[in-house]
Design a protein around this ligand. Structure first.
Ligand SMILES: C[S@@+](CC[C@H](N)C(=O)[O-])C[C@H]1O[C@@H](n2cnc3c(N)ncnc32)[C@H](O)[C@@H]1O
Length: 260
């Protein structure tokens, strides 16, 4: 049994692995940057705001928010390889973007209270071990009246079949995901007024179809090493798609404001 910190690092390495990059690309959530822009609009992001992208993965959303909304963005991520790749990519941009990447644990963020105007968390809350403590931490990082934007995979109670409770379930953020109302309660209980809530499950269906296509192609070329582990993946992804179509699994977006 892995201790909690080692398990987090393994999870981070999994997302930064070559295979995950090949299959998922750099934007590690359904809807990609389209969903990130939707989240930014729902939050009312303003030019010049200090924005934290918590558990920013490969840094794609952080870079996009700095460009599209002209915000000053900090990405915090546990995976060392992901942070290094995000920094390299930011430096290689022809026009310097207003973005910085820090390695650290989103559940113990290394920033002072009130340091940010806005915090975004895409497809990562489901991975946090102590979700109420993590969202309470986000509240402390926000200035009075600051905003939070959260999007994540949702799983309705009792609907995750055992075959999806392994590596694939973890990669798809299913294992510890909350129901759609669960994230809203999590935010409200931490002292946020939820102003917008939107069902983006259609984006999850599109991503699943895309993943199945990429996996099939990769396997048809004899995709090596991890192939044995992934033999069952197309069937598992098909099962997830069925559950999304039935409304048991979804992808939701929430935007809220810190209450006094
Ligand atoms: C599904 S990916 C989403 C990445 C990014 N937010 C995006 O949407 O592209 C989840 C990310 O959360 C990171 N992560 C999970 N737990 C974390 C923690 N406690 N602190 C920092 N990063 C964490 C993982 O390493 C991974 O990069």
């Amino acid at each position: 049994m892995l201790d909690r910190y080692t398990a987090k690092i393994c999870c981070a390495d999994l997302y930064a692995s070559e295979l995950a990059r090949l299959i998922l690309g750099d934007s590690l959530h359904p809807g990609g940057l389209r969903a990130t822009n939707r989240l930014g609009r729902a939050m009312g992001l303003q030019a010049g705001w200090r924005v934290l992208d918590l558990a920013c993965g490969m840094g794609a959303s952080a870079a996009a928010v700095s460009r599209v909304f002209r915000c000053q963005v900090t990405g915090l991520e546990l995976g060392a390889a992901a942070v290094a790749a995000s920094r390299r990519r930011a430096l290689a941009q022809p026009v310097p973007s207003n973005v910085a990447f820090v390695r650290g644990d989103a559940e113990l963020p290394p920033f002072r209270d009130g340091a940010f105007d806005a915090v975004i968390i895409e497809c990562a809350t489901s991975l946090f071990g102590d979700k109420p403590a993590a969202i309470a931490g986000v509240r402390r990082l926000l200035r009075p009246g600051g905003v939070i934007g959260l999007s994540d995979i949702t799983v309705e109670p009792g609907s995750l079949p055992p075959e999806l409770d392994g590596t694939m379930g973890m990669m798809l953020c299913l294992t510890d995901a909350l129901p759609s109302l669960g994230y809203q309660r999590l935010l409200e209980d931490a002292g946020f007024a939820v102003a917008e809530r939107e069902n983006l499950s259609g984006e999850a269906l599109s991503l699943l179809a895309e993943l199945r296509g990429k996996l099939a192609l990769w396997q048809s070329f004899g995709g090596s090493a991890a192939a044995a582990d992934l033999a069952a993946a197309p069937d598992l992804l098909g099962r997830v798609a069925e559950l999304v179509a039935q409304g048991e699994i979804g992808y939701w977006l929430y935007a809220g404001k810190k209450l006094d």
